[in-house]
Design a protein around this ligand. Structure first.
Ligand SMILES: [Zn+2]
Length: 240
């Protein structure tokens, strides 16, 4: 797939029409994100693609290099924590990165229409949605209103955590991130086909609110990202 460049923008991993180079575009996109997170963590962000010239340059079209399916938590602003700017990230956020038809449709739009080569599920420690689901499950009391839909979407992750003997909140969060990666691929054959054909990868990333560090905990295809912990496993060191 040809991916035209963005005039006036900084070089990005999606800006190549070369067939051989395109095969490594998902990896380039992930490298771009991790580099931005390192800049953010170190306190030396570059704030790329946020100037008036770039704003004008991307007005006629967008070619984001990553889709972020993240929690809505106000401390999880994607462009800030990955040090990116306008036109770089296609962001879909719900409480607890729960998914439904509109989320799936948004992801499919980015991947198939915009040609975005990377989908990142972005969760974080101390996630309120996961805590709410845990409390609801423990007390047997469903939350009021539409919050119930969020809790219901997290419950399968709680059951998986219980089956794996994980009971600390941040270990459960990591399992929920991995579960969300699997859910996206299971519920979207369109996304699964893009991944199977090597045009896209899906990575689950766990973010630490205080440190600002984003680390991979799940990836499809397997081995795409260097995982700090195996999928679905607790990470006692990180939860401490
Ligand atoms: Zn959250």
């Amino acid at each position: 797939m040809s991916r035209p460049g963005t005039p006036g923008g900084q070089p990005g991993p999606q800006r190549t029409g070369d067939r051989a180079a395109a095969a490594s575009v998902p990896a380039q996109a992930y490298a771009e994100l991790t580099a931005g997170n390192r800049r953010f963590v170190s306190g030396a962000p570059r704030h790329p693609n946020q100037d008036a010239g770039h704003r004008a340059a991307v007005a006629d079209g967008q070619h984001p290099f990553a889709v972020i399916v993240g929690c809505s938590d106000s401390r999880l602003a994607a462009e800030i924590i990955f040090d990116r700017g306008l036109g770089d990230l296609f962001v879909v956020r719900t409480a607890g990165h729960t998914t439904g038809p509109e989320v799936l449709g948004s992801v499919e739009y980015a991947v198939t229409v915009l040609g975005t080569p990377l989908v990142v599920v972005l969760g974080h420690d101390s996630c309120g949605a996961v805590q709410a689901a845990r409390e609801s499950s423990a007390t047997g009391t469903p939350p009021p209103g539409h919050l119930g839909a969020v809790v219901d979407a997290v419950l399968p992750s709680l059951r998986r955590a219980e089956a794996e003997g994980v009971d600390d909140i941040d270990g459960i969060v990591d399992i929920h991130i991995a579960q969300t990666v699997e859910t996206l691929l299971r519920q979207s054959p369109v996304l699964a086909a893009e991944v199977a054909q090597g045009r896209c990868a899906v990575v689950g990333v766990s973010y630490r609110l205080a440190a600002g560090v984003a680390r991979p905990v799940a990836a499809v295809p397997a081995g795409f990202a260097t995982l700090d912990v195996p999928t679905g496993s607790a990470d006692p060191a990180a939860a401490a």
